[in-house]
Unconditional design. Structure first.
Length: 170
């Protein structure tokens, strides 16, 4: 029987995927990469050409997209390991809390075999495994930064509490 794992990785077919070996790409690497791609593309139409806001996405946006794709929020260690490998491979950059897909990452995304959303992470995992070697970049995701991003993500779905007037507080 499978050993207990502190987190689940779902595939489009609902099967728990193996984490993968230390030398190759992991399913969670593809999950984070696809989340970065989709989250980055979703916000481009909202940016003005004159904005000073940097291109890229924040961690809360990555978590939101990852949860949409897999119905789970990636653990801190999953994100940290994936970003280390993706940056080391030249597919992603991280600067001042902004995650950006490089031109090599965009090219890899555009040239992947196309399928449905339900299989996009599995497809990308196969593409990464066949076309790119994972790298290793020294980057650490602080536990407080991860917790703050999870809290920011969760706050997006909370209903605002009704305001009370001072006259009716009693």
């Amino acid at each position: 029987m499978n050993a207990w794992r502190p987190f689940r990785q779902r595939t489009g077919r609902g099967i728990i995927s193996p984490m993968g070996d230390e030398g190759g790409w992991r399913w969670s690497d593809a999950w984070i990469f696809v989340s970065l791609i989709i989250a980055g593309g979703a916000g481009k139409h909202r940016r003005s050409a004159r904005t000073r806001r940097p291109e890229g996405v924040r961690l809360a946006d990555v978590l939101s997209t990852a949860e949409h794709l897999n119905r789970a929020i990636p653990a801190r260690h999953e994100i940290e390991a994936a970003i280390r490998r993706l940056v080391g491979a030249g597919l992603v950059t991280v600067s001042d809390g902004w995650f950006r897909v490089t031109s090599a990452g965009e090219r890899l995304w555009r040239t992947r075999p196309h399928g449905g959303v339900g299989t996009v992470v599995e497809t990308m995992h196969g593409v990464l495994t066949r076309r790119h070697a994972p790298g290793n970049y020294d980057w650490v995701l602080d536990e407080e930064e991860h917790a703050a991003a999870v809290q920011e993500y969760a706050a997006r779905f909370m209903l605002p509490t009704p305001r009370r007037s001072p006259e009716n507080s009693g």
